[in-house]
Design a protein around this ligand. Sequence first.
Ligand SMILES: Cc1cc2nc3c(=O)[nH]c(=O)nc-3n(C[C@H](O)[C@H](O)[C@H](O)COP(=O)(O)O)c2cc1C
Ligand SMILES: Nc1ncnc2c1ncn2[C@@H]1O[C@H](COP(=O)(O)OP(=O)(O)OP(=O)(O)O)[C@@H](O)[C@H]1O
Length: 143
Amino acid sequence: MTRTVIAQGTFDILHPGHVHYLEEAAAMGDELSVIVARKANVDHKETPICPATQRRDVVGALAAVDEALLGHEEDIFVPIEEIDPDVIALGHDQHHDDEAIAAELERRGIDCEVRRASGRETDDEQLLSTRLIIERILERRGD
Ligand SMILES: Cc1cc2nc3c(=O)[nH]c(=O)nc-3n(C[C@H](O)[C@H](O)[C@H](O)COP(=O)(O)O)c2cc1C
Ligand SMILES: Nc1ncnc2c1ncn2[C@@H]1O[C@H](COP(=O)(O)OP(=O)(O)OP(=O)(O)O)[C@@H](O)[C@H]1O
């Protein structure tokens, strides 16, 4: 039987950390669907620069990704109910609480494992964070 994995995030200005996360998530099963966060739900950091459809299209073009879709505006568990995945792969630094997600899945009758992906190691050269890329742009090109 096909084992479906879900990954999720903002994915504003892609970098190798995103590729690492999505490749690791894809290796947890047979098919990877990626839920791209709506800006209304990105409330713990700056509003994304790129529109949600653009973020979805670029994530969907990555080799590891079978399908990328826009998240729900109000209830983040609606796409999960529709996809009914076998695994949810949380990013290494995603602020979501694993146990709270597992409890909500159980409440909704969704039988799904919650796993945590690893962070990608970096050297001094690489900018493995959208925030760091934007900071570098402002530093070098800002007035
Ligand atoms: C299980 C799960 C499902 C999610 N589904 C949605 C969704 O339907 N809509 C949405 O806008 N964001 C969704 N998100 C993304 C969160 O909103 C997201 O983690 C956050 O806003 C983006 O921040 P990040 O890139 O730092 O993770 C989901 C996150 C998790 C963990
Ligand atoms: N360096 C990295 N290594 C592994 N996973 C990463 C890395 N950077 C981001 N991710 C994962 O990619 C997903 C989407 O991340 P997100 O869009 O928040 O990017 P970000 O670069 O961390 O953004 P920001 O710098 O604005 O916080 C998250 O699950 C996150 O854990």
